[in-house]
Design a protein around this ligand. Structure first.
Ligand code: HEM
Length: 326
């Protein structure tokens, strides 16, 4: 009897000793406009008026003293409700738009058929930079989407065991692929920025809807107005998504709790916008336009394709090709 009672008494004593230190809000906690002791104050109202509920701790890690951070509730609602909904709307919405575009417009063909002559569009280094960025982005996008909607889409299909394995692998991939993606962004910026400075020709390109409105094709250099938009979405959008991701990858190193919550919201929303833009880009660079994929596949494009979509660039390249012979 004595032997059994001793540990129980010890546990009870420890629990009593620990409770006030952990759970008692510090007297200095700011509560503007509310008297927290009155029974009329609801928990929600009280927490809404407090920046955070802190306790007293004896370890040096000051952030461990925060017992409740009321803003965390709205962040959690956003994370669990808004992000999955936004993800579904963005991805399915964009796929729907592209499907309708395909059904209405069909595949954009090379007018008059391929010429059989080719022009070098991207060298091996440019293609390496493109596929480094694209490959890492695709895995980052899929693993990111898995974190937001995987529990609704995959969990019921593959079950808890497989899903938890997949999420763990996906999390590693998401964390580590951030680095090659950033390298790709920097190299892409350095390699292509001089072709992507906006100019008056881009306005004309947009006025003609990139060739969809009216007859003929608007003039274009190496990159047209639409491609310049994609370039800056990738470089600037990707840069901000990456920076906000690093705040989350190294918790409390660059930002506190509130900063990380803001970073997470920026990260999720911008990443979704990028995913929508990239779905459009992937469509037009593959299924949507005959001859486009070759530019990033072999690096060589058909001369007729080049003359149609990038006439000024094509003329320059053809002139360069002829120059040594003349
Ligand atoms: C995974 C499938 C993808 C395919 C099939 C694809 C295809 C292409 C093609 C064919 C081009 C050259 C277009 C031209 O000759 O004018 C291109 C350019 C480019 N790609 Fe991709 N791409 C893919 C993914 C991505 C991703 C995920 C990113 C960025 C995260 C990206 C960023 C770019 C950029 C910035 C350019 C230059 C500007 C432009 O053409 O819009 N690509 N891509």
């Amino acid at each position: 009897m004595f032997d059994l009672a001793r540990p129980l008494v010890l546990i009870a004593a420890l629990a009593l000793a620990a409770t006030p230190a952990l759970a008692q809000p510090a007297p200095s906690t700011p509560v503007s406009g509310f008297n927290p002791t009155t029974s009329a104050v609801s928990e929600g109202k009280l927490l809404g008026a407090m920046k955070e509920v802190t306790g007293t701790i004896s370890i040096p890690d000051a952030k461990a003293a925060v017992l409740i951070q009321p803003e965390g509730k709205s962040w959690r609602d956003f994370q669990r409700g808004t992000v999955p909904l936004l993800s579904a709307v963005t991805v399915l919405g964009m796929i729907g738009v592209l499907a309708v575009f395909y059904l209405v417009r069909g595949r954009i063909r090379i007018e008059g058929g391929p010429s059989g002559r080719t022009l070098r569009r991207f060298n091996p280094f440019e293609r390496f930079v493109h596929w480094l960025t694209a490959g890492s982005f695709v895995v980052l996008a899929l693993t990111g989407l898995n974190l937001s909607v995987g529990r609704y889409v995959l969990l019921p299909v593959i079950g808890g065991g497989a899903f938890s394995e997949l999420v763990e692998l996906g999390k590693f991939a998401h964390n580590y692929l951030a680095f090659p993606f950033c390298l790709g962004l920097v190299l892409m910026l350095l390699t292509w920025v001089h072709h992507n400075i906006p100019n008056a020709m881009d306005i004309e390109w947009f006025r003609q809807g990139g060739g969809l409105i009216g007859k003929g094709h608007p003039p274009s250099g190496k990159f047209n107005g639409g491609q310049k938009v994609i370039f800056w979405i990738v470089v600037l959008g990707g840069g901000i998504v990456a920076a906000s991701g690093f705040l989350l990858l190294f918790p409390f190193v660059f930002a506190g709790i509130a900063g990380m919550q803001t970073a997470q919201i920026i990260h999720a929303v911008l990443a979704l916008l990028m995913i929508a833009a990239m779905l459009g880009h992937i469509y037009i660079g593959s299924l949507g336009m005959e001859g486009a994929f070759d530019a990033m596949g072999t690096g060589e494009v058909d001369e007729t394709w080049a003359r149609t979509h990038h006439n000024l660039w094509a003329e320059q390249e053809i002139a360069k090709k002829r120059a040594p012979a003349e």
